[in-house]
Design a protein around this ligand. Structure first.
Ligand code: 5GP
Length: 126
């Protein structure tokens, strides 16, 4: 089965400029912006500009240029937001995928959460 990308998802609309966003960083293949419902003092969403549904979809099918660009953007954002674990106090990186991952928006995104103690990684599901 192949992934089917829904171009009406909210992040596709953000990429087309149909919905505003608070941009943190933009590169050739990547956009990063503040989460509308922040769960921490730093809560940035990093998305590729290409039509990828999940992290594994992106990692499997994106070009090397897109993958490098995305990862370098993540590093630059961590520096920009002062959440690296060397000079800063670290961060949590999360990417939810599909039903079991409880993914709300079906366009691959990496959450960067920081600025507070993030607690244990996974709470027991209700
Ligand atoms: P998911 O559960 O898919 O991993 O997370 C989706 C995230 O997108 C949520 O944290 C939610 O707050 C965020 N979000 C949903 N709609 C919008 C929007 O229109 N703008 C922004 N900036 N974030 C959004």
């Amino acid at each position: 089965m192949a992934y089917a990308y829904d171009d009406q998802n909210i992040f596709a609309k953000i990429l087309r400029g149909e919905i505003p966003n608070k941009t943190v960083l933009e590169t050739e293949h990547t956009l990063a912006f503040e989460d509308i419902r922040p769960q921490a003092p730093v809560h940035v969403l990093v998305i590729p500009k290409g039509p990828y549904v999940t992290y594994d979809h992106f990692a499997e099918t994106a070009s090397d240029a897109e993958i490098v660009d995305f990862n370098r953007a993540v590093a630059a954002i961590c520096r920009q937001m002062d959440v690296t674990a060397d000079v800063g106090e670290g961060a949590r990186f999360i990417s939810n995928a599909g039903e079991h991952g409880v993914q709300e928006v079906p366009h691959f995104h990496l959450h960067i959460l920081g600025g507070r103690w993030m607690g244990r990684m996974v709470a027991k599901a209700e």
